[in-house]
Design a protein around this ligand. Sequence first.
Ligand code: AMP
Ligand code: MG
Length: 315
Amino acid sequence: MNKKPIFLILLLLIMVALCSCQKESDITRQGFYFDTVINITVDEKHLSSVSDAMDLCAEMENTFSPTKEGSEIYKINNNQNIGISKDVRTVLDFSMAVSKESDGAFDVTVAPLTKLWNVKERTIPPTDDEIASALSKVGYENFSLTGSSEDFDIDPGAVAKGYAADRVRDLFIEQGIDKAIIDLGGNVVLIGEYSVGIRDPFNPDNLYAKIMLKDKSAVTSGAYQRYFEYNGKRYHHIIDPRTGKCAESGLASVTVISESSMEADALSTAIYVMGEDGLSLCEKFPGTDALLITEKGDVITTKGFEEKYSLTLFN
Ligand code: AMP
Ligand code: MG
């Protein structure tokens, strides 16, 4: 019986393969925001832009953190009357769209469950009664940004990092940067063309596959990222809001490609909950593609993925 909590803050969920695409004058700077390590790589002549990017990450964290008192999400969750910023409106509107299109597999009001499961600190799973009680407070259908009849608890954890990565990309483009790797804890956004490695979910130190991406974002969700083990079973950070328990959809990881990192972030979490059927979600969000690794180690992709992204499998 293993009651020891195992909590992994994954440094890089997706490994940007340091390949020939990088130049000698490229520099990488590291920061810690959104409870994860972020890495930003640009040509050294753009070093000052990196500190602008770090400031922007701090601002985004102070906006979207559900635990930081004074953040906009904290205020919404604590019924403090505030005006809603464009950043929060964009993220919550999009989260609602994904909640609807995924039929609640993704649910922006999932916070009572993610708080209950709290895989960062828990060593024993919650009881069925505790799960049922938290579950009764979850339900995007009754949530509205303009005021809900019930109290809701928002968790933007599956999408806010993606939004922040998009904001950093927009900032860099405004500043005339034409090559950059923006990696917010595995939410990768590329300006220019790079080779990107997809981690092996069964052995996260290794790569499972490699793809070529130009001006796109890649985001991976998987049960190997944050979890604890109890009685030989793994309890991870992605919750199925239909059962109130950790998602068990037969997938080991889901990588979504999109021009928008917010979109790739939300969809990778949603598809992870939905399983193989979730691949159809990409049809509802034009311009997105996905690569699924099943628990058996099979690879399933959207149509044309292999050619479009020059997919190389290592296993
Ligand atoms: P990601 O690592 O992007 O897949 O997102 C996982 C994070 O999203 C968790 O740590 C929670 O904060 C939140 N989350 C977990 N399950 C769900 C869900 N079914 N729908 C929306 N957000 C979720
Ligand atoms: Mg996500």
